[in-house]
Design a protein around this ligand. Sequence first.
Ligand code: AMP
Ligand code: MG
Length: 412
Amino acid sequence: MSDCCSAPGLMPFHDALKQLLENVPTATKTQVIAIEDCLDRVLAADVVSPVNVPPHNNSAMDGYAFHSSALVGDSDSLLMVGRSFAGEPYSGKTEQGQCIRIMTGAKLPECCDTVVMQENTAINENIMSLTKAPKAKANVRYCGEDIAKGELVFSKGHKFSAIDLGLLASLGIAEVEAFAPVTVAVLSTGDELKSPGETLNEGDIFESNRFALLGLLARLNVNILDLGIIPDDKQAIRDAFIKADLEADVVISSGGVSVGEADYTKEILDELGTINFWKIAMKPGKPFAFGKLPNSIFFGLPGNPVSALVTFYQLSVPGIEKMQGQPYKAKTQFSAVSTTTLRKSAGRMDFQRALLSYNDEGLPEVTSTGSQGSGVLSSIGRANCFIVLSSDQGSVAAGERVIVEPFTSVFQ
Ligand code: AMP
Ligand code: MG
């Protein structure tokens, strides 16, 4: 998506993302873990199959197995000389004119290459007559036809799904080498912030950013260090950043990154480390500090809840994923008709919160979740996607097509 016309002094969103990804370190620490612990973990070394799947030729049907050279016509009769059941293979041979009883998944002896399903047979004592002859080599699943021994199954950087755990087990693999999770410290800054359960004094608010961030970080499978609420006090912020930097690979703060009198985040970050950029042409979320402390990467999110969560999702998440060994993957986007008017001024890329649905013809349409103010947290809560409007784009009329980006599992 074009992002060519950002307001002067603001860094285009895609430049910020590119610079961020270039500046976060790649994952190096690895650990060997049992496959039971692999869900959502990132693979640190290619996995090739140590076995063939299936491990032997086997029957796709309950029926009778024989060699296709025995087939003459539809009404052939074969003498049943044995049986092969799953886990109980037939160890003998079949001669011309003979067959064995076989069950689905059971090993096909080497002397057989064809299976007839039992519905196409008639049995009289141990004589099996074909009522409909199968094609030669029918109903056989071949050794290695799913996965061959030595085949690449998962590449380094792959994130394991639940299905993948089953696949690893089917290969007989009990443990894999995964990248170690990074440790992320989270803190909120603001004299006005109180935790839920505390009493609000005049001018106070309940803080929400840290709770949402802790949930989002849990989805990323990182180790979490919760440093709580830090007052707008230079020394307190300095102390918190030093502690976080000593104990974590990533430090995330929210609040205090704009240009207000009590906004010390940028100043302390400048003092202790380096800032790469901090004004991005995106809405919500213009003030966003990305930098480095002596030992860690720093993301300074804006205080406004929607801005904090959208910048975290769009910028910090790809950075953390890279640090945990995952290659960058662009998010899925497609076009849909907007059912509502969307207000937008040119100069920043908008990530408007919206609900994607399908109309009676099955075509995608998207409806804004209402007020797009950067403090309106419910605008994300009710949404399942972003409408992504490029910097140069203006307002959108109802009925126009827009770019939609469904939320990933991190945000659902
Ligand atoms: P700041 O960036 O610190 O100026 O904060 C911008 C706005 O976000 C202010 O209205 C703050 O009260 C609010 N805010 C800052 N931090 C939080 C937080 N952790 N939870 C909820 N609101 C916050
Ligand atoms: Mg503040």
